[in-house]
Ligand binder design. Structure first.
Ligand code: NAD
Ligand code: DAU
Length: 352
């Protein structure tokens, strides 16, 4: 029998967090899942409508930079696991608004670490699990892959803030004995991703016959992973990962941006019954992203060998599922690009 546990998930109203919360609520009825989220622009309770009335789900509308409110939460509840996802997550936004990234991603993480330390001491039955990114490792040339031993070399304000938070998590392990674990994952895609990231932005633009802004030459490479595969990896690491360890998670699925965009355009043409090539005509090559990392690729052998995790979705299947979701949820897309989101969207994308 599985013991009852209190799990605090931060950032559970966002893209990855909402898939994780739904997974945990459904798979572990013995656990109570507390979703702590400030509902910033990418956080959306619509993403959680399936679980909102479940007995083992609670929502806490709190900002991780608000230490006083966090103290109240930790005074009221004892947590067994903390899975920390809340963050500012978009590289382009970090180039425009770097300070908020340091504030939320570094200070917010330290607030949680400190309260976990005060609540748990060195209790090895507990886990502080930090969800991090492969971007902390910097940029690869044509060959090689990132693994758990790759030195850190972050190059955007986003990745620098995530690298700083990883360092703080390890500092709390080494200094205070806090039971931590970290994973660094590659690019996720899937339903409910805010349409600022490449795939949902381009789906939305194709639907609205708007230009598809490809940065630079389009030859930059990313390693794409379907969000449900990431969620399965998080579940494995939460339950089987070793305290103090890091796990790299990737899709073994490298695409140049331009090849991915052409695949997306072809699938969109078919699904929208447009002429073959209609969506590709929307492609526009634009100025490159400042400091644009050339290539990311992950060697996932450690999690595969030690914990038995492996991704199950092929990219073509995952992309098809993703497009189908956006087509079936046009109201969601409409809601997150209008109303209170309109100004954010206009500021970020007035040149796109
Ligand atoms: P997202 O932007 O969709 O979600 C972030 C969530 O954090 C939102 O619900 C938002 O409201 C919440 N949030 C932001 N600031 C907050 C604050 N101050 N207090 C409380 N909540 C706050 O991001 P995502 O893509 O789901 O990423 C989640 C985590 O996974 C991030 O830590 C990110 O660095 C990491 N990650 C993302 C990817 C990816 O490809 N998307 C890959 C690897 C790691
Ligand atoms: O690698 C993991 C990271 O992946 C996560 O930590 C980040 O939270 C997540 O946002 C993502 O970062 P990227 O910068 O790789 O993702 P994005 O979707 O913004 O861009 C993917 C690639 O597409 C990148 O090379 C830049 C390019 N791009 C992006 C946008 C938004 C374009 O060419 N045009 C665009 O309009």
């Amino acid at each position: 029998m599985i013991a009852s546990k209190n799990i605090l998930v931060t950032g559970g109203a966002g893209f990855i967090g909402s898939h994780l919360v739904k997974h945990l609520v459904a798979k572990y009825p013995e656990y109570t899942v507390f979703n702590l989220d400030a509902l910033r622009y990418s956080g959306n309770l619509e993403n959680l409508k399936e679980v909102k009335d479940q007995k083992n789900y609670r929502f806490l509308h709190i900002d991780i930079t608000d230490l006083d409110r966090l103290k109240e939460v930790f005074a009221r509840h004892s947590f067994d696991f903390i899975i920390h996802l809340a963050a500012e997550s978009h590289v382009d936004r970090s180039i425009k608004e770097p300070f908020i990234f340091s504030h939320v991603n570094i200070l917010g993480t330290q607030n949680l670490l400190h309260l976990a330390k005060d609540q748990w001491g060195t209790n090895a039955d507990k886990r502080f699990y930090h969800i991090s990114t492969d971007e902390v490792f910097g940029s690869l040339e044509e060959t090689g892959k990132f693994n758990e031993k790759t030195p850190y070399d972050p190059r955007s304000p986003y990745s620098a803030s995530k690298a700083s938070s990883d360092h703080l998590v390890r500092a709390y392990f080494h200094t205070y004995g806090l039971p931590i674990v970290i994973s660094n994952c590659s690019n996720n895609y899937g339903p409910n991703q805010f349409p600022e990231k490449l795939i949902p932005l381009f789906i939305n633009n194709i639907l609205n016959n708007k230009p598809l802004p490809v940065y630079g030459t389009g030859e930059n490479i990313r390693d794409w992973l379907f969000v449900q595969d990431h969620v399965q990896a998080i579940d494995c690491i939460l339950h089987q990962g070793k305290i103090g360890e890091t796990y790299c998670i990737g899709g073994n699925n490298e695409w140049t941006n331009i090849a991915l965009i052409k695949e997306l355009c072809a699938q969109m043409d078919k699904k929208l019954q447009r002429n073959n090539g209609a969506s590709e005509k929307l492609i526009q090559f634009v100025s490159d992203r400042a400091g644009h990392d050339f290539r990311y690729a992950i060697d996932s052998s450690k999690i595969q060998n030690d914990l038995g995790w492996t991704p199950t979705h092929t990219f073509e299947q995952g992309l098809s599922k993703t497009i189908d979701w956006y087509l079936a949820n046009s109201a969601w897309l409409q809601n997150v690009t209008t109303g209170k989101y309109q100004q954010y969207y206009a500021e970020m994308y007035n040149s796109k």
